[in-house]
Ligand binder design. Sequence first.
Ligand SMILES: Cc1ncc(COP(=O)(O)O)c(C=O)c1O
Ligand SMILES: N[C@@H](CCCC[NH3+])C(=O)O
Length: 416
Amino acid sequence: MDFFNYRQTKLFAEECAVEDIAAQFGTPCYVYSRATLERHWRAFDDAFKGYPHLICYAVKANSNLAVLNVLARLGSGFDIVSVGEMRRVLAAGGAPEKIVFSGVGKREDEIRAALQVGIRCFNVEVSGELDRINRLAGELGVIAPVSFRVNPDVDAKTHPYISTGLKENKFGIDIQSAIHEYRRAAQMPNIKIVGIDCHIGSQLTETAPFLDAMDRVLALVDQLQGEGISLRHLDLGGGLGICYRDEQPPLPADYVSALLDKLGDRGFEIMLEPGRAIVGNAGVLLTKVEYLKLTAGKNFAIVDAAMNDLVRPSLYGAWQAIIPADTNSNAEPLTWDIVGPVCETGDFLGKNRELKITPGDLLAVRSAGAYGFTMSSNYNSRPRPAEVMVDGAQVHLIRERESIEQLWAGEKLLPV
Ligand SMILES: Cc1ncc(COP(=O)(O)O)c(C=O)c1O
Ligand SMILES: N[C@@H](CCCC[NH3+])C(=O)O
């Protein structure tokens, strides 16, 4: 069954009984579509039309083992930012030699673990990390494959919290200093330079900033080649946006073809690290209306999902569509703030939404497959929701709802 479209035109196919999912697994509950996940991954992969490439799905967007496993079966690579994500990829059947390790603050134990499993490369983000990797590789008697994540100082024209390629952002090595780091790396005994990387931000809806970043990266690549430092791959990061409301981001095929045009006949393998574009519109958060509260100033629909389950609206003021998931309500349409039970005024999933709702109705928060569950928390001692995957006619539980007891696992009373 395939019930989410890349540009989000359709939610559920008629056969998909949302009520049954809610009855069987409870609410709130994340629901993903295997078919959509696969289609979105393939949209990137097919766009290269045989040109050497590797799609390294950004695990942070959705790290459920079943999601990773579906992508691993397609042959996906993975972009990780912690040893926790690395362990998940391996547990889900991902290949170590297709893992790239990004992140500004890699700890020694994380670098050691990644060297031991033999990942594809480290995307080095700070000068001291290079020395650390060289030393740890020497101790382990291995050669570390390294790429530098450069910060090209390009405005991604996205939300300031998710813009990463400006010089005031903490990410990457300033593109002016990168040549110096490459020269240092070329002299190090336990380092092998394999590539260059940049990632300028998330939820980009235009191609131009990617191309600006690529211009700057290619200028550096040409300079490096002039010095005899050759690279095998060029990693252009993730960041392609999706349609939450009325955005019109480029489709993967158009985006990739623009990148390949810019690349010209330089013969690099291209890597991309898409997260949101693969999984964002492959998931919804199902929630049930608990109460309706009509006040003089506002109508509140109080639902059983909250900011701890899906924090994007509270954190970024992000707009995500909220639609009735069972359509039988004969209530009058009214304008509602959809709020959760958490004790924060900022606990909302959507504001000023015109909907026909009665208590007990099911609502679906759309585009919730990326940065939904992975950013969830236990705030207010709320167990995190179940996750299920629709796969053809079947619905599989891929993560159980947390139990209350799990919430204090590992906590200890004082001895006296
Ligand atoms: C290094 C890196 N790669 C890939 C991604 C994935 O980004 P997106 O989900 O926007 O594709 C991110 C997140 O912004 C990132 O920081
Ligand atoms: N968590 C952000 C994206 C961050 C991307 C990670 N660098 C969001 O939900 O939009």
